[in-house]
Ligand binder design. Structure first.
Ligand code: KG4
Ligand code: ZN
Length: 331
């Protein structure tokens, strides 16, 4: 291994993201080309348009990161690229581009699990995670709990049986005609409202698995039956129910498996309400809370770059095939 940096490439969904990261998680440069404007009118990600936009944006994004940092291909120890989970067309653009660049530059290319990237986002810029840890990963595609014994030893202990929490935010925003992505919009609206309606908390006291589709459906029926309800109050009621479930499951996991820290990652970890609720829980239980900075909570190339260093340390070289349904424990 000659270079001292990893180029992390992330195209699993609707962000074309590239970053340069050193082995300690320092982010030398990062660029994210967002596709929000493209998908807004559909109220969600339109997969074929996402793949085409990645094709347009990926090389300029790589170029931007290289020119911002002044790094050259010979400074790279590897290119790490998301191989799954994600949208197959979007994954293929990242994988094929990384393959071509690696071949041309003589740099190894490693296929990285997007979920492992989210886990490592909590150690970007500074080491925060104390092991052993419980991790809550809440994104648009996933909601799960895992035990983390070390940076690479992960055991899944709970996951959603249907929708993810982020998906519920996005779908509720779509029902209310608020735009996409729903998370930040619902958060802002909820901040000005009062939780006047008690929505169901699916599976609240049933183990460590989650279910959010019933909550989403309850909001749908409530909106149909109460067309004059204040949107701020509906949003606040939805957020309260969602956080009640997430925080109760974290509490149950922390009580079942005593650990040093709780790590909260994934796009929904950008929510100020979730951050505050997790802080309250950790204070209560005397556990350290580890949160990535907000900008590293949503999809980015830096988290893939840092995860790539774990693969290099373990000599893991995956085939560069996209795996849309890749599980959390896989490399
Ligand atoms: O991790 P991420 O960027 O992509 C996936 O891997 O899915 O997560 C995107 C999800 C979306 O559902 C979005 O609505 C949600 O994260 N999200 C938020 C916030 N920012 C993004 N949810 C709640 N509050 C936010 N501030
Ligand atoms: Zn993600």
């Amino acid at each position: 291994m000659s270079g001292s940096l990893v180029l992390g490439v992330e195209t699993s969904c609707d962000d074309t993201a590239v970053a340069l990261v050193d082995p300690d998680g320092a982010v030398i440069a990062s660029c994210v080309a967002s596709q929000v404007a493209l998908h807004t009118k559909y109220g969600g990600v339109y997969p074929e348009l996402a793949s085409r936009a990645h094709i347009d944006k990926i090389l300029p994004t790589v170029q931007a990161v290289l020119s911002d940092s002044g790094a050259r291909p010979r400074d790279l120890a590897a290119i790490g690229v998301t191989r799954g989970p994600g949208l197959i067309g979007s994954l293929m653009v990242g994988l094929n581009t990384a393959c071509g660049l690696g071949h041309g530059w003589g740099v190894p290319v490693i296929g990285v699990n997007h979920l492992r990237g989210h886990l490592r986002s909590a150690d970007l810029e500074e080491r925060r995670v104390k092991f052993p840890a419980i991790v809550l990963l809440v994104s648009g595609g996933h909601t799960l709990l895992a035990r983390l014994e070390s940076t690479s030893d992960i055991k899944l202990i709970g996951s959603t049986l249907d929708d993810s929490a982020g998906e519920a935010y996005d779908k509720v925003a779509r029902m209310m005609d608020l735009g996409y992505p729903g998370g930040p919009i619902i958060d802002r609206l909820a901040a000005g409202g009062t939780p006047t309606k008690r929505f169901p908390r699916p599976m609240l006291r049933q183990g460590l698995d989650f279910s959010f589709s019933g909550l989403k459906t309850a909001v749908k029926y409530y909106l149909a039956d109460n067309p004059d309800a204040r949107p701020q109050d509906v949003a606040a009621s939805f957020v309260e129910a969602c956080l009640d479930v997430l925080i109760s499951k974290c509490r149950a996991a922390l009580e079942k498996f005593p650990v040093s820290s709780l790590v909260v990652v994934g796009g929904v970890a950008a929510s100020p309400q979730l951050r505050a609720a997790a802080a309250g829980l950790c204070e209560d239980l005397g556990v350290e809370l580890c949160l990535p900075p907000v900008k590293w909570s949503t999809d980015n190339g830096a988290m893939i770059g840092l995860a790539t260093w774990d693969y290099l340390a373990k000599n893991i070289t995956n085939t560069l095939e996209p795996v849309p349904g890749l599980g959390m424990e896989a490399f």
